[in-house]
Unconditional design. Sequence first.
Length: 57
Amino acid sequence: EEALGCFDFDIYAHPGWQAVRREAREALRQNGWDSIRSHAEELRDDCWERVHGYPKK
């Protein structure tokens, strides 16, 4: 009953996700996010294609 629903559009604003958001920001920082930020959209689309087997667009 307390579980977060997958179709809840505010899911990541929920306080229960605060630790996940904090750790994700730290992981991005440690992995050089500032140097790859400009390529984020391309990386996201490449990941989509590899997972799904076809381009997202």
